[in-house]
Design a protein around this ligand. Structure first.
Ligand code: NAG
Ligand code: NAG
Ligand code: NAG
Ligand code: NAG
Ligand code: NAG
Length: 613
């Protein structure tokens, strides 16, 4: 694990500032996602005690996606050190039969398997998706690909002479979905990054829907302006083939089918190449290898691990292509029916109890590890609500520091930070406790540092929060023109579901109120299917946005599928370290075997350094 951020030179004064150094340590990985765009994404806040340790993305100044010419066949090019990148050309409109229309170049990345494709232990590509929607798969593989590979691969190195031939070693592969990051053409609602950043800052200043009497009205108007703008960009596109109509989930499923097929084509070719140039094996053995690696046109199957919105993508794939499932894990399970209905009403059922766990663990850990802890649980909880009430009427003023300008800490800021922490309790509960403890003395400097760090995400290459709306508004049923009063009622319903997350959650589909682009190809199927291999659903006992009950609901539609419950907090199983979960995921990828029905996995460790159960 890599603690030092390579290639990043900090000014001297920064490393002398203890609080900053401490924040940097906790928030080490670079992908600090801001609150509205993170809502359904696998988060990258990791440290050495979470399930996944996370890595700095290897920087590769020399590599440019534009240097790759998109092609219909999968051609991998070296990139970012040991990784390989490709741009796969697919039709923008899968329904067009004349082969004439516009194309999309899907940016793909591969962390190669630890064995060559000619090795009998080569397991194929495990395709991963980080969620969002709108999350970058390329970024996920660069940051977490190695951890994912470690989880799915056979435990011991292929060089070990005792490894049996049934062991499997996998590529980890992902892609930037349509409209996202390095995939072209881009989807954008802003003329340039500066306008986008300005818009984001202004929206942040407005706070959440509940921050003042005016906030609902203001955010409503902003959402309409934003939604209309994104739609206008489509209307002004001269041709009918504008990416905004082709970036919802069904065409992405078609892209994945293409990806799986083209990878198989590549595997066959790569096999011939290696056999031509490589080691001496008998003619008979060569024929066996070639036969095993032959491209089974039209019949190649998927290996997949999807997180969060990636569970919608996975479930949709399984619903549309039930015969193409070899392995499919969905982790942090959304209720796909609710998602396609555009309701977002099946997310917050466990949100407030996750927050309650923060207080319990804080109290259990005591003031040494949790500076917010008081004599009893009730008092600890009360401090939090006192802080909220206090900052609601009196935001905390924070003077500038060496590393950032002056700022204020508002009621909305506290809510946003809490939600972020509920996603990744292992990494962020200690931060949350510290920030709240400081705020209880009306000291907001550590909090302002936290905000400044978050804001850095807006400078990340490929930063594009509108892709989220572009996908989810198109997937969900049309709510363009919904009455403001009706939306207000909807907001109340979500607030009633969760005090902690409801206000933020009600803004997820808000831009859809002004969105009048409809997708060319909508998903209208059911989530009841007999799949060629049973699916594995994973949910946490306390997940703030994808409650475990969704895993149970979704599993009931897919034949012989199993729900694995991880008895932890946080969003997706990777939010907490559990050897038990990792072993079941590995077993599934290695052999196809599912956990016994009713399996509950304990964790190795809990937040605040508390021991596992
Ligand atoms: C596109 O094709 C799929 C099947 O390939 C079909 O289900 C869908 O209805 C088609 N959509 C349109 C708009 O023709
Ligand atoms: C505010 O808290 C930070 C630690 O987070 C500390 O370094 C700083 O001295 C405090 N400021 C004041 C005015 O107490
Ligand atoms: C876009 O992809 C690049 C790698 O090509 C990655 O470094 C960057 O973090 C990604 N951007 C986002 C917003 O995910
Ligand atoms: C709020 O939630 C409670 C308990 O779930 C429910 O009984 C009540 O009808 C809800 N109220 C509204 C306005 O949705
Ligand atoms: C799944 O298989 C069962 C039995 O083989 C059959 O009764 C059922 O109709 C199938 N379901 C679907 C959705 O194809």
């Amino acid at each position: 694990m890599d603690f030092v951020q390579k290639g990043e030179h900090q000014p001297i004064q920064l490393s002398q500032d203890r609080s900053i150094r401490w924040i940097r340590k906790v928030l080490r990985p670079a992908a600090t996602v801001f609150i509205l765009a993170l809502l359904w994404t696998l988060q990258y806040y990791r440290d050495n005690i979470t399930g996944f340790s996370g890595h700095e993305s290897p920087t590769d100044e020399g590599f440019k996606w534009e240097s790759i010419t998109p092609s219909k066949q999968l051609i991998y090019h070296p990139c970012h050190g040991e990784y390989q990148c490709a741009r796969l050309e697919v039709p923008m409109d899968w329904n067009r039969t004349d082969g004439q229309g516009a194309t999309v170049a899907i940016a793909m990345i591969r962390l190669p398997a630890k064995v060559l494709v000619t090795d009998v232990r080569y397991g194929g590509p495990v395709i991963v998706n980080p969620g969002g929607p709108g999350g970058s798969g390329v970024s996920l593989v660069l940051k977490e690909g190695k951890d994912i590979q470690k989880t799915v691969d056979f435990q011991t190195s292929p060089d070990n002479s005792e490894v049996q031939s049934s062991a499997k070693y996998f590529d980890v592969v992902s892609f930037d979905p349509r409209g996202v990051n390095n995939t072209t053409p881009p989807f954008s609602c802003f003329a340039n990054p500066e306008t986008r950043r300005m818009w984001k800052l202004q929206s942040d200043t407005e706070g959440n829907l509940d921050s003042s009497d005016a906030s609902f009205n203001n955010l409503w108007a902003r959402a309409i302006a934003f939604g209309e703008t994104c739609s206008l960009h489509g209307a002004s596109a001269s041709e009918l083939e504008w990416i905004g109509r082709f970036m919802n989930t069904p065409p992405v499923v078609a892209d994945m089918v293409e990806l799986v097929e083209r990878h198989a084509e590549w595997r066959e070719k790569e096999t011939s190449r290696l056999l031509r140039n490589g080691v001496q094996v008998s003619k008979q053995k060569q024929r066996d290898i070639q036969l095993r690696n032959k491209w089974q046109r039209g019949e190649e199957k998927l290996l997949y691990w999807g997180f969060s919105y990636g569970s919608v993508l996975g479930a949709t794939f399984a619903a549309m292509q039930p015969g193409r499932i070899h392995r499919l894990v969905v982790d942090g399970v959304c209720d796909s029916r609710d998602y396609y209905a555009g309701n977002w009403l099946k997310n917050l059922q466990d949100a407030d109890s996750t927050l309650q766990k923060f207080f319990e663990y804080c109290h259990e850990a005591g003031p040494e590890s949790c500076p917010l802890a008081l004599d009893n649980l009730h008092a600890t909880t009360a401090v939090y609500y006192d802080i909220l009430a206090d900052v609601a009427s009196n935001p905390v003023a924070v003077p500038e520091s060496m590393t950032r300008g002056p700022d204020i800490i508002t009621y909305s800021d506290v809510h946003a930070m809490v939600i972020q922490s509920l996603y990744s309790p292992m990494a962020l509960f200690p931060t949350m406790a510290r920030l709240l403890a400081d705020l209880s003395h009306r000291n907001g400097s550590s909090f302002a540092d936290f905000k400044a760090k978050n804001l850095k995400a807006t400078h990340e290459p490929g930063y594009n929060p509108e892709a989220l709306s572009g996908v989810l508004c198109a997937d969900g049923k049309d709510i363009h023109g919904i009455a403001k009063g009706e939306y207000r009622e909807y907001w109340k319903t979500l607030r009633n579901q969760s005090q902690a997350v409801g206000d933020e959650w009600a803004t997820v589909r808000l831009p859809c109120a002004g969105w009048h682009v409809r997708p060319n190809w909508a998903f209208d199927g059911s989530f009841v299917q007999n799949t060629s291999h049973p699916l594995l659903f994973i949910g946490n006992s306390y997940d703030p946005v994808t409650p475990i009950r969704n895993a149970v609901t979704m599993s009931s539609g897919f034949s012989d599928s199993v729900v694995l419950q991880q008895d932890s907090l946080g969003h997706c199983s990777t939010a907490a370290p559990s050897k038990c979960t990792a072993n079941f995921v590995r077993l599934y990828f290695q052999t196809g075997e599912l956990p016994p029905l009713g399996t509950i996995c304990e964790v190795d460790e809990r937040p605040f350094g508390l021991p596992g159960v």
